[in-house]
Design a protein around this ligand. Structure first.
Ligand code: NAG
Ligand code: NAG
Length: 288
């Protein structure tokens, strides 16, 4: 069966060969919402929200495991009511999702970074923090590292959140669905800024978020391959992301995470006893 052999060879090659340090936007991504709200200025890709539309881009491929990274400069000045998101997601009712959501604010007031993790279609795992820099002044890196042991959210390589594989406690862990990489900007003034009290001021539109430094280094999953085959192939791909050293944070990173949580965290669903009278199972290891 030569054609099958070739197909297998091609998909393995794709899986291992995708190590491209700084590929261009067009190689990895495409606009999926409002292509006319994009502009390219040589240094960056700019995506705008105005009173006609938001905008979004998505990866051309889907991936299992690895690391995705972009540098973002968030909306300058008045960004109240706007949300800019950078996330990975699979498809369907039982999808998995790893989210960064940047909640805008009035001029001079701080952005909030909200993260969330969906497993089998269920989210409700919000954490919120403010940043140790002004994310509207410069580009900063936002990344997601995903392997079979943990999902790590990083800001400028500092871990801000870890979602650990606790399957040994019977808690489902996302490792069976290929995920796309997405970003979007939209109007969310019903909830985003100061609990929805501050509305988008359209006289300050357009609201522009800028992107550069696009990197995806993971196991690429051809859309033509069945997802169960992709899951098996990527689980056994021997990618760098499954090196034992990446199965948990190192000591330095653990200290960084403790610092972030002590100094910058403003909300953690794990501590929200009004919302969750019974502590969510995956939170219990935070509390001993
Ligand atoms: C906006 O600024 C206010 C006042 O500093 C702050 O309470 C709030 O957490 C900030 N962020 C958002 C998204 O509302
Ligand atoms: C969008 O905002 C501009 C400026 O405020 C206004 O002139 C225009 O009518 C608005 N368009 C829509 C569709 O609301």
């Amino acid at each position: 069966m030569p054609s099958l052999t070739i197909a297998l060879f091609v998909s393995l090659f794709v899986c291992f060969a995708n190590v491209n340090a700084s590929p261009k936007f067009e190689e990895l991504f495409q606009p999926y919402w409002a292509a006319d709200h994009f502009s390219f200025d040589g240094e960056a890709v700019n995506m705008k929200l105005d009173n006609f539309s938001g905008a979004g881009f998505s990866s051309k491929s889907k991936y299992m495991f690895g690391k995705v990274n972009v540098q973002i400069k968030l909306v300058q000045g008045d960004s109240a009511g706007t949300v800019t998101a950078f996330y990975m997601s699979s498809e369907g009712a039982k999808h998995h999702e790893f989210d960064f959501e940047f909640l805008g604010n009035t001029t001079g007031e701080p952005y909030i970074v909200q993260t969330n993790v969906y497993v089998n279609g269920v989210g409700n795992r919000e954490q919120r923090l403010n940043l140790w820099f002004d994310p509207t002044k410069d580009f900063h890196s936002y990344s997601i590292l995903w392997n079979q042991r943990q999902v790590v959210f990083l800001v400028d390589e500092t871990p801000i959140r870890v979602h650990t594989n606790l399957e040994h406690k019977g808690i489902p862990y996302p490792k069976d669905q290929a995920m796309g990489v997405y970003s979007s900007i939209w109007n969310a003034d019903d909830w985003a800024t100061q609990g929805g009290r501050v509305k988008t001021d359209w006289s300050h539109a357009p609201f522009v978020a800028s992107y550069r430094g696009f990197e995806i280094d993971g196991c690429e999953c051809p859309v033509t391959t069945a997802s169960s085959d992709n899951a098996k192939r990527c689980a056994n791909s021997g990618g760098w992301w499954d090196e034992p050293v990446l199965s948990e944070l190192n000591v330095h990173q653990s200290h960084q995470l403790i610092w972030v949580r002590a100094n910058h965290m403003i909300y953690d669903y794990c501590s929200d006893t009004a919302r969750f009278p019974t502590v969510p199972l995956e939170c219990e290891h935070h509390r001993h």
